[in-house]
Structures are given as structure tokens and as C-alpha cells.
Design a protein around this ligand. Structure first.
Ligand SMILES: Cc1ncc(COP(=O)(O)O)c(C=O)c1O
Length: 405
């Protein structure tokens, strides 16, 4: 008998980057020079003092043993003091802080720890895929909150039907936002979200993975800066973007002690936590000099400016984001009919430029594409120039032929 996947697994859309990576490999095998602006995987190296801390820690045989699954006390302490310095928010390192094997892992597992079959979760669309897929994997019901450009990609919480709101167990928000690059400019929006979660008795999951990558002087808030937030909210952070440590797999959750406790309990059955030498390097990242974070901000902002102006020159008017590491643009007119997936697939196969189709971030992402700012400025200029010639060459009949092949 063949093993069959569960209904839950079958209900998931194919993971976008699997398909994109297969096409990328095909284009490379055909000899194309690939410019990969697909996945948001930082290309900047992790700072030397963090790598050195890893090297030293790995020399200590104690770090070769199983780590405690809820994290080393020194990492939980370092997270709590970083929060105090950065957001002026007080956290109990024993009950309100949990290190994670990346925030993706934590978000998916928290949903599994909390949801009963069919329980409702309010999920933005477009969104970072785990916010949606994590709900399906946990057996919950994802109710979409559209993020529209005319509202600055903030959801309209007042538009959630009260019958849906009353059955909501979790509300998910993510600012600075992936994929749109939108930010919260007015803290009143966060207050409204907290009031909503209080009124309907749901937990607010606030994904703050990009809080440190902001531009033009914008400073991203934490939900935990708001009075009473810890009663209603849990916030997720990632070392992947802040410290260019995506491959190290380390992140954390902070806030509501019950939610943190449920996640810790759930993970206790599944994993042994983050290798201790990586946790020690993460302590060095949080407690060490901040120049590497400032430098990352400077580099991404410079790349953003280069890409936005090069795309505009190429006939693709896009807006500069204030934070995160993405440029989110409405497809150029010539590409509207073919849709974002076909546009991006053809762009890979014909020009070797990899960007993400908006549809990969949910149905409301259709009509857009996302550029990750993970290549040097000259490669971004080169990508825009290839895109210019691609747009000029577009003809619907060619598109259909390729999509079938
Ligand atoms: C909004 C958002 N949250 C979480 C993550 C996952 O981060 P981590 O590497 O910590 O799992 C990402 C990664 O792209 C993201 O965009």
C-alpha cells in the first residue's frame, strides 16, 4: 500500500519556492546567468563577532549535549534585555520568552498547539505563506482579511463580520510586512487590533521579523509597547533578517505567558531546541555591537533605491517600501492578462531573473510580484534592464505556449 498524505497536507497549495527553484535550476542548466531575487534569504554575511562566538562555543563539549528545549537561560535573559533596550518593554525571561528554531517553526507550532479542528483564524492576504498554511496544517479555518493598497496594506478590522469575529481564536498580523513592505505608521492601528482581540477573546500573533530592517529613519514598533498587550499578544522575531543569520535557524517568541507556555509544552514533545553553540552565538548577536544591523539597513535601503529607480526607468512604476527587504509591485500593464505566475516563470526561463509571483502569497497577491533585495546593486540594475527587454517582448501567444510546456 502506498502511503497517502493526510487531507490536511493535500489541502496545502504547493510551496512556491519548490516550483520556482526547479525552474531556476532548469534555466541555469540551459546556460542562463541567474539573478535570484526570489526568496528573502539575506546574502550579507553574519557579522564576524557572532561567527567567532559560535566558534568558541562549539569548542566547549558541554554545547554538544542536548540543549534544554525551552532555551538556555542566558539566551532568554539576553532576549529580555534586548527588548527592554529596544522597545522599553519588560519581559520575564522565565515565562514570557521562548527561543525558537526560527520564527517559522514557532508560528506553525503555536497554531498546532492552540487550534481545535475548524477553529477560525484571521489571516491577512497576501501574507507570508506560513501564516495561511500553518492554519491549514493545524486543522484550523483561515478567514482572509484582504490587505489592499489603498489602505496602505492594513486590514480593515471593522469589516470582519461579527459572526466570523466571534468564532476567531487567533488574529495574525505582520508589520513591517512580507510581501508588501507596508509598515504601521500610526500606533492607533495596533491599539485597534488589541481592542479587537480583547472584545472577541482571541490571541493576537504579531510577526515582527523585520522590525530592525527599516529605512528613511522609520522605527518599527513592537505590539508589546502598548499597555496591556501581554494579556492578548505574542510577538515573533527572527535572527535571520536582523543579523543575516537565516541559515542558523534561530528566532524567538515573547509576550503572553500562557501562549508562550503552550508553545513551549508543544515543542517539548517535538524537538530539543536550538543547538547550544548557536544559542550562545545568538546571545553574542543580541548583546554585541549594533553596527552590523545598521550596515544591513544601509545596504538594503541603497538597494531599494537602485531597484525602484531602475524599474521605473524600465517602465515598471513601483513604490519604495519603508521597511523589510522587498519591493512589491503591481504587474506592468503588458503582463496583467497572463497573471503573476506565468509572468515570473517566463522571466526566469527567458531572462534568468527570479522574482516571486504575487499569487504565491495567496489569492489577493495576484496581479503583483515581489523582488527580494538580496543581490548587489549592479545585479539589481542588470535585472531591471533584462526586465525592460522582457516587458517589451511580451506577447500573449508566446506566454500561453510556454506555460503549457
Ligand atoms: C514575515 C516573516 N516571518 C517569519 C519568517 C521566518 O523567519 P525564520 O527564518 O526566523 O524562520 C519570515 C521569513 O521570510 C517572514 O518573512
Amino acid at each position: 500500500m502506498k502511503p497517502t498524505p493526510s487531507k490536511k497536507l493535500t489541502s496545502l497549495p504547493p510551496y512556491l519556492f519548490v516550483r520556482i527553484n526547479a525552474l531556476k535550476a532548469k534555466a541555469k542548466a540551459e546556460g542562463l546567468d541567474i539573478i535570484d531575487l526570489g526568496q528573502g534569504s539575506p546574502d550579507l554575511p553574519t557579522a564576524p563577532h557572532i561567527v567567532e562566538a559560535l566558534r568558541l562555543a562549539a569548542g566547549d563539549a558541554q554545547t554538544h549535549r542536548y540543549p534544554p528545549s525551552d532555551g538556555l537561560p542566558e539566551l532568554r535573559e539576553a532576549i529580555a534585555s534586548w527588548y527592554r533596550r529596544r522597545f522599553d518593554a519588560a519581559l520575564d525571561p522565565n515565562t514570557e520568552v521562548l527561543p525558537l528554531i526560527g520564527s517559522k517553526e514557532g508560528i506553525a507550532h503555536l497554531l498546532m498547539a492552540l487550534l481545535e479542528p475548524g477553529q477560525g483564524v484571521l489571516v491577512p492576504s497576501p501574507c507570508y505563506p506560513v501564516h495561511y498554511n500553518g492554519v491549514l496544517l493545524a486543522g484550523g479555518k483561515a478567514n482572509i482579511m484582504p490587505l489592499k493598497e489603498e489602505r496602505g496594506f492594513l486590514p480593515d478590522l471593522k469589516a470582519v463580520p461579527s459572526a466570523v469575529a466571534r468564532r476567531t481564536k487567533v488574529l495574525i498580523l505582520n508589520y513591517p510586512n512580507n510581501p508588501t513592505g507596508a509598515v504601521v505608521e500610526d500606533i492607533a492601528f495596533l491599539k485597534e487590533a488589541l481592542d479587537f482581540s480583547k472584545k472577541y477573546g482571541c490571541l493576537l500573533i504579531y510577526d515582527n521579523a523585520y522590525s530592525e530592517l527599516s529605512f528613511d529613519g522609520y522605527v518599527a514598533p513592537s505590539i508589546l509597547q502598548l499597555p496591556g498587550a501581554k494579556e492578548r499578544a505574542i510577538e515573533f522575531h527572527s535572527f535571520s533578517k536582523t543579523f543575516s543569520m537565516a541559515g542558523w535557524r534561530v528566532g524567538f517568541a515573547v509576550g503572553n505567558a500562557e501562549a508562550v507556555g503552550h508553545l513551549a509544552k508543544f515543542k517539548g514533545f517535538l524537538d530539543y531546541g536550538i543547538p547550544a553553540f548557536i544559542q550562545k552565538a545568538a546571545v553574542a548577536a543580541l548583546n554585541g555591537p549594533e553596527d552590523c544591523v545598521r550596515e544591513a539597513r544601509r545596504v538594503y535601503q541603497g538597494r531599494r533605491d537602485v531597484l525602484v529607480s531602475a524599474l521605473r526607468e524600465a517602465g515598471w512604476p513601483v513604490n519604495p517600501p519603508k521597511a523589510a527587504m522587498y519591493v512589491w509591485g503591481r504587474l506592468p500593464d503588458a503582463a496583467r492578462k497572463m497573471g503573476s505566475l506565468e509572468f515570473c516563470e517566463r522571466l526566469i526561463m527567458e531572462k534568468g531573473v527570479v522574482i516571486s509571483p504575487g499569487s504565491g502569497f495567496g489569492p489577493l497577491g495576484e496581479g503583483y510580484a515581489r523582488f527580494s533585495l538580496v543581490a548587489p546593486e549592479e545585479r539589481l540594475r542588470e535585472a531591471a534592464s533584462r526586465i525592460k527587454s522582457f516587458i517589451a517582448s511580451l506577447s500573449p501567444s508566446k506566454g500561453r505556449a510556454l506555460a503549457r510546456s
